[in-house]
Ligand binder design. Structure first.
Ligand code: ADP
Ligand code: MG
Length: 341
């Protein structure tokens, strides 16, 4: 006899790490090595190369293991391939969330949005969705819509609008949590999405800090919704994919400037902390069964709730720089990613 598959009730979490190339202007030492498809090594920059050669020991290396590890020569397509099964579920009514986590300058936006020659996960995901719809053999009707918002200082703005006002979250009895008034556009191909994302990114709140002149202090969320109307069953299936370019993960204290910027930092941490707490709870849920997941603690986690609960699939892409000057940020990011598992 054939047993019916057991319904999956828990969220699965996949963690990938991506190390960007060392840039010429960094002139520092490259301290990150990707060992194999899962392992990454970080050298301690405090020990000079001479010293390491002399004592010939490798104990000052830290080794981290994830579901996938990508080095500087990897393209966004390489990263995408490792997580594409998560994305394709959206065409079958499943929810998923993919987020890029890392310090400012580590490659989050490059990974999510990318360039024309190396399109990022947002663009590649939409490509897959349209390819799947094109190849679909059923007579089902599909409708794909996109929205693009940012959460800055715990306020939501529409990145598809030229000058968006503050948007509020509402609990809809049928749709769950919705952003009231958020623009949602119908899309028919992935062609113009890169332009649209770049336009939206130009509207993101950036503020110069001592660390980086265009440090992005907002979280950007692209939501791709696929509505599938099944002809035979007269039924509608909805899948949602959220792709999130998080604000820089560096701590407010480290930016060393007061006033407005410090408050920004505190709020960014609130959303990141809330996200971390949700991810931790999901991890526990996975191992030990039910656990309370504190979605309500920030705007970001409320927005992402559907894609972080039920039978959703979650992917975290941790981005790091290989430069010795970024050692602490790199280690912090890898520890965060490691704890998430
Ligand atoms: P973040 O969004 O995390 O602040 P960015 O994505 O803006 O960081 O990346 C910082 C810089 O590094 C940019 O100039 C970007 O073009 C470059 N960069 C990041 N990842 C790569 C990569 N894989 N290949 C080439 N350049 C990259
Ligand atoms: Mg960025």
């Amino acid at each position: 006899s054939i047993r019916a598959p057991v319904a999956k009730k828990t969220t699965t979490l996949t963690v990938a790490v991506k190390c960007r190339p060392l840039m010429e202007k960094e002139r520092g030492r490259d301290i990150v090595r990707v060992n194999n498809s899962k392992e990454l090594i970080v050298l301690d920059p405090d020990l000079s190369k001479d010293y390491l050669d002399r004592i010939q020991n490798r104990t000052k290396e830290k080794k981290y293991c994830f579901d996938h590890a990508f080095g500087p020569e990897s393209t966004n397509k390489n990263v995408y391939r490792s997580i594409s099964s998560v994305i394709s579920g959206v065409v079958h009514g499943l929810n998923a969330t993919v987020f890029a986590y890392g310090s400012t300058g580590s490659g989050k936006t490059y990974t999510m949005v990318g360039t024309r020659s190396d399109p990022g996960l947002m663009v590649l995901s939409l490509n897959t969705i349209f390819d799947m719809i094109k190849c679909d053999k059923s007579s089902d009707d599909f409708e794909v819509t996109c929205s693009y918002l940012e959460v800055y200082n715990e306020v939501i703005y529409d990145l598809l609008e030229k000058s968006s006002g503050h948007l509020e979250l509402r609990e809809d009895p049928e749709q769950g949590i919705v952003v009231a008034g958020l623009r949602s556009i119908k899309v028919y191909s992935a062609d113009r999405i890169l332009e649209l994302l770049n336009l939206g990114n130009g509207r993101r709140k950036t503020e110069s800090t001592e660390m980086n002149s265009t440090s992005s202090r907002s979280h950007a969320v692209l939501e791709i919704a696929v509505k599938r109307r099944q002809k035979n069953q007269n039924q509608v299936m909805r899948g949602k994919l959220a792709l999130v370019d998080l604000a820089g993960s560096e701590r407010a204290a480290e930016t060393n400037n007061g006033g407005q910027k410090l408050r920004d930092g505190a709020n960014i941490n609130r959303s990141l902390l809330a996200l971390a707490n949700c991810i931790n709870a999901l991890g526990k849920q996975h191992k030990k069964g039910l656990a309370y997941v504190p979605y309500r603690n920030s705007k970001l986690t409320r927005i992402l709730k559907d894609g972080l609960s039920g039978n959703s699939q979650t992917v975290m892409v941790a981005t790091v720089s290989p430069a010795d000057t970024q050692y602490h940020h790199t280690v912090n990011t890898l520890k965060y990613a490691d704890r998430a598992k």
